[in-house]
Design a protein around this ligand. Structure first.
Ligand SMILES: Nc1ncnc2c1ncn2[C@@H]1O[C@H](COP(=O)(O)OP(=O)(O)OP(=O)(O)O)[C@@H](O)[C@H]1O
Ligand SMILES: [Mg+2]
Length: 431
């Protein structure tokens, strides 16, 4: 290495050491990044073995996690950190922010040794520190055997307790590393909830912080306020106020939703296989909503979700073409679409392959009751899809104002898979 580069690197490292005491100085001098008040508290919190951050959506969790991971990598030479989440995409949200900062900020850029994307995204600094991304998929197989000084579990409430306890904690055991749990609240009584309570109750090994979306001045507050009428009170408390709530009125129990995606190893779309019986359910977009297609392999129970598509603002003929294409790709036994209102127009174009169901309060009750049974009895498996999982959790019987596209597409597919004999469906309901 030429002497000049050495000198430059030495200067950078010397500055890193000077800034080490204060993450806020690091944010200002190295990143030109200004934390909001809640993020400032989080960054300057006392060091604990477990740090828990539970807030509303869009609070700035992933961004502050990225900043903090960089600070740690710069100031703790030779450290290894992992960002873990339920899917690689989810875990990459923070990692990608860290990469962008490394590309943008000259001081950091000078410290980057290399960036690899395979087999897992990994950033290595000239300090010998490493930041890598892992998914919790396949029972944590990509984590086992690794050692970390710090693991950040983003959206930790989607992860199973067992995985956090038996796999993630093990990766930290050798060096007494730090576990960082970051999440929007999901399951009251779950592990993140309990760690949060411990921290709030003054346990000296846990630092806990909560916050509402409003703490982030960088998101549009009017937009968020406008979502209120589209959410149940419980969903609002969770997603915006960042509070765990008892949700006795929930149609789908969180533990059952989790059971549907936990341990699922295949990816979407899963290609059609000969001899299987497939069905398609389609919920059509009204106004600004989404059109969602769900394909199930309904050969036996548990049914497996094999294809999922969700899109917006697409002209009817294109939607009809898509329904036909999916139907033919999977040689569907049945395709069932929501024929309410404008759905009629689409149905007209695909009547030769699809059946339509007009939503009335009665048909909807039948559909949702059926889906409720399927989920409660663990007769459905799907790879983690955040929109679907969140919609299921937020669903309520009084759904007039809720976003329900994923839930209804799934309910239609489950209905097409074979309505239960106990549920009566008058022929007049079918159009
Ligand atoms: N300190 C900050 N300065 C400027 N913008 C910020 C800051 N913190 C967060 N943001 C912006 O706020 C938005 C939400 O941030 P982020 O995605 O980190 O939130 P989140 O809590 O992880 O959200 P989600 O619940 O959707 O995962 C992003 O557009 C992000 O760039
Ligand atoms: Mg996030």
């Amino acid at each position: 290495m030429p002497a000049l580069v050495h000198e430059r690197l030495d200067a950078v490292l010397a500055q890193a050491a000077r800034d080490a005491a204060s993450p806020l100085t690091f944010c200002r001098r190295w990143l030109g990044w200004q934390p909001h008040e809640g993020q400032r508290r989080w960054l300057t919190a006392p060091w604990r073995n477990v740090q828990v951050l539970v807030t509303g959506r869009r609070w700035g969790k992933s961004e502050v996690a990225a900043v903090q991971a960089l600070w740690f990598a710069v100031t703790r030479p030779g450290s290894r950190q992992g960002i873990v989440s339920v899917t690689l995409d989810q875990a990459r949200l923070s990692f990608d922010v860290a990469i962008q900062l490394c590309e943008r900020e000259p001081l950091l850029r000078a410290l980057v040794r290399d960036l690899r994307m395979t087999p897992f995204p990994t950033l290595r600094l000239k300090t010998g520190s490493e930041l890598t991304v892992r998914t919790a998929a396949r029972e944590g197989i990509y984590l086992r055997g690794h050692k970390f000084h710090r693991v950040i579990a983003d959206e930790a409430d989607y992860l199973s307790e067992r995985l956090i306890d038996e796999v993630i904690r093990m990766t930290l055991a050798d060096v007494g590393g730090q576990l960082v749990l970051i999440s929007t609240p999901r399951a009251r009584r779950g592990l993140v909830y309990r760690e949060l309570q411990r921290g709030l109750a003054g346990d000296p090994t846990v630092y806990a912080q909560q916050g509402a979306t409003w703490e982030n001045p960088n998101v549009d507050h009017a937009y968020i306020q406008a979502l209120r009428e589209r959410m149940t009170q419980a969903a609002w408390m969770r997603e915006v106020e960042g509070q765990y709530v008892d949700d006795d009125a929930a149609v789908f129990r969180w533990a059952d939703i989790q059971a549907a995606y936990e341990g699922v190893v295949y990816e979407l779309p899963s290609p059609p296989r000969p001899g299987r019986r497939y069905v398609q359910g389609v919920d059509l977009a009204k106004h600004e909503d989404w059109t969602v297609h769900v394909v199930l392999d309904a050969t036996e129970r548990p049914y497996q979700l094999v294809a999922f598509e969700r899109y917006q603002r697409t002209p009817w003929p294109a939607v009809a073409a898509k329904i036909r294409e999916v139907h033919q790709r999977y040689q569907c036994h049945q395709t069932l679409i929501d024929a309410t209102g404008v759905g009629d127009v689409v149905l007209d174009e695909v009547r030769d392959i699809a059946r339509g169901l007009v939503f009335t309060s009665r048909t909807k009750l039948d559909l949702i009751t059926n889906l409720q049974l399927v989920i409660e009895r663990h007769e459905l498996r799907f790879p983690f899809i955040r929109e679907l999982v969140d919609e299921l959790q937020a669903y309520a019987w009084d759904d007039a104002k809720l976003t329900t596209d994923c839930v209804m597409a799934l309910a239609l597919a489950c209905w097409a898979a074979g309505p239960r004999s106990s549920v009566e469906l008058g022929p007049s309901l079918w159009s």
